[in-house]
Design a protein around this ligand. Structure first.
Ligand SMILES: [Zn+2]
Length: 215
């Protein structure tokens, strides 16, 4: 689905009755900071008309960042991004048209970004594991466990560190999960910064999931 051109038509001022004819470079007269001609949804719930977040994908569909709805609409309007997913339960209104409420947009041009590493810290391992023991699911007295014990060559690495409650950690001792007869509920992995962005926002939109967990 590509709404870039359509968005330009909807919100450009060319073509209105009595409006002066616009030059062919139709986007150049739009100052990037100028507010979009949008009015709040009629069935307002008291929240800001453009409240919410939009997942921004790079041209190769890799998740890049999260931005505001207003910013995303601006990118689509300026033809710098295309709409990939829109929310079915919401719409934006201009004076003459209805515009889909963006949920995921994709930049038309590839942006080269330095790889952003998530720091390997106790706090980030617990966040990755949902603040649950990977062995029993307990949410209290959490510690870090080396799956392959450090004394046996297990590295300090995302793939070898999990959150475990103190009782499970003590029971496991200096053994591997197999030796201790304990099962990991999931295989430890290196998280992406996008996964943590999702946490920060506090909501995980269904439409984002294919792009956040594609790998
Ligand atoms: Zn446990």
């Amino acid at each position: 689905m590509s709404c870039g051109r359509g968005a330009g038509r909807m919100f450009g001022s060319a073509g209105g009755t009595g409006a002066p004819r616009q030059p062919p470079r139709r986007f150049l007269h739009v100052a990037p900071h100028r507010p979009l001609p949008l009015t709040p949804p009629r069935s307002g719930t008291g929240v800001s008309a453009l409240a919410g977040h939009v997942l921004v994908l790079n041209a190769d569909y890799q998740a890049l960042s999260v931005c505001s709805v207003e910013r995303a609409v601006g990118l689509v309007w300026l033809d710098k991004a295309e709409m990939v997913e829109a929310r079915a339960d919401r719409a934006l209104h201009s004076t003459r048209a209805t515009f889909p409420w963006p949920s995921v947009v994709r930049l038309r041009r590839y942006v080269r970004v330095p790889y952003r590493k998530v720091l390997l810290t106790r706090r980030n391992v617990l966040r990755r594991d949902g603040h649950r023991c990977v062995y029993c699911g307990a949410g209290e007295r959490l510690t870090l466990d080396h799956v392959v014990p450090k004394s046996r060559g297990g590295p300090d690495a995302w793939e070898n560190l999990v959150s475990a409650c103190t009782p499970c950690n003590n029971r496991k001792g200096n053994r591997t999960p197999e030796e201790a007869g304990m099962k990991l509920s999931k295989r430890p992995f290196r998280p992406s910064h996008v996964m943590y962005m999702r946490d920060l926002i506090g909501t995980s939109e269904e439409a984002w999931k294919p792009y956040l967990f594609a790998a």
